[in-house]
Design a binder for this molecule. Structure first.
Ligand code: A3D
Length: 321
């Protein structure tokens, strides 16, 4: 059977890491596209030259032309600019929205059957714009944020409990931002929910609250440390986990920014919710019970996402409906 083809749109920090991880996991052949000349070509060649040492077989190609992504099975989009000092949120939205329009047109023309994972920020608005611009079915276009946010939550909890990260499960709902909703009740160690672990004396409520807060601000913590650029190892690993579930039909239940059609009382909006990803893309949106406090937090997060999408609709009315 032929290898799968993975197209990476954006060959920056996350794009390069995605290519390396796709190679290491032998997910398929990789095409890296970027508007910057030489960067995708150089990174692809560098990783290809590592393949004999690392022991994987994959063809890696760098390109500045969309035709090279033709027939891709998976497209992961990290193209865009980061927010720089002095740039307003609207300026960033304006620039990255134009990028999503270009990328969406490229995908529509050359890879209309692909499973598309958007990583570009502001995530919940950009995945919405990318789906509208590409016209691909909504179950084939998702955003990566929840896997990363949950991974951060899991790592902090494993560190607190001194247990394997593998035994910690955690749930994060809502938009990707400071008002994301880490769900304490649905998180725990090997099936023991966090509130029980507090009762068992493994930790205190104050420490759980601090971990929830650190999870919400996880992206900013890395930005402050790096000073230039934002997190890229964990974001790339998270997008690769989603791509793997699709390519191998694993039917993982992962929190992703998915298009809602009434679930959680929301219509025509992308929001971070648990979904099952298999060979058909988003095969199911899982609706979990929320208590009043959790619902209130989710509503706040929904309001922020709606505001961002509203701004996109103003800037690019053609994407509107
Ligand atoms: P960076 O290293 O700047 O890479 C972005 C790449 O996009 C650069 O190589 C640019 O040349 C390229 N690019 C710009 N415009 C275009 C275009 N029109 N077509 C194709 N390529 C283009 O950034 P990064 O890799 O660190 O991050 C990529 C994106 O991911 C940013 O928007 C980040 O904010 C976002 N991000 C999201 C998360 C989430 O959890 C959602 C986490 C971390 C980063």
């Amino acid at each position: 059977m032929a290898r799968a083809k993975i197209a990476l749109i954006g060959a920056g920090q996350i794009g390069g890491t995605l290519a390396l991880l796709a190679g290491l996991k032998e997910l398929g052949d990789v095409v890296m596209f970027d508007v910057a000349e030489g960067i995708p070509q150089g990174k692809s060649l560098d990783i290809a030259e590592a393949s004999p040492v690392l022991g994987f077989d994959a063809t890696l190609v760098g390109t500045n032309g969309y035709e090279a992504i033709e027939g891709a099975d998976v497209v992961i989009v990290t193209a865009g600019v980061p927010r720089k000092p002095g740039m307003s949120r609207s300026d960033l939205l304006d620039i990255n929205l134009k990028v999503m329009q270009q990328v969406g047109a490229g995908i529509a023309k050359f890879a209309p059957d692909a499973f598309v994972i958007c990583v570009t920020n502001p995530l919940d608005a950009m995945v919405w714009a990318l789906q509208k611009a590409s016209g691909l079915p909504t179950h084939k276009v998702v955003g990566m944020a929840g896997v990363l946010d949950s991974a951060r939550f899991r790592y902090f909890l494993a560190d607190e409990f001194n247990v394997s990260v593998e035994d910690v499960t955690a749930f994060v709902l809502g938009g990707h931002g400071d008002d994301m909703v880490p769900l304490v009740r649905y998180s725990g160690v090997a099936g023991i929910p966090l509130p029980d672990l507090v009762k068992m004396g493994w930790t205190s409520q104050e420490k759980v609250d601090a971990i929830v807060d650190r999870t919400r601000k996880g992206g900013g913590e890395i930005v402050n440390l790096l000073k230039t650029g934002s997190a890229f190892y964990a974001p790339a690993a998270s997008a690769i986990e989603m791509a793997t579930s699709y390519l191998r039909d694993k039917k993982r239940l992962l929190p992703c920014a998915a298009y809602l059609t009434g679930q959680y009382g929301i219509d025509d909006l992308y929001l971070g919710v648990p979904v099952i990803i298999g060979a058909n893309g988003v095969e199911r949106v899982v609706e979990i019970e929320l208590d009043a406090h959790e619902r209130a937090m989710l509503d706040k997060s929904i309001a922020s996402v709606k505001e961002l999408v509203g701004e996109c609709q103003k800037i690019a009315p053609s994407l509107g409906a």
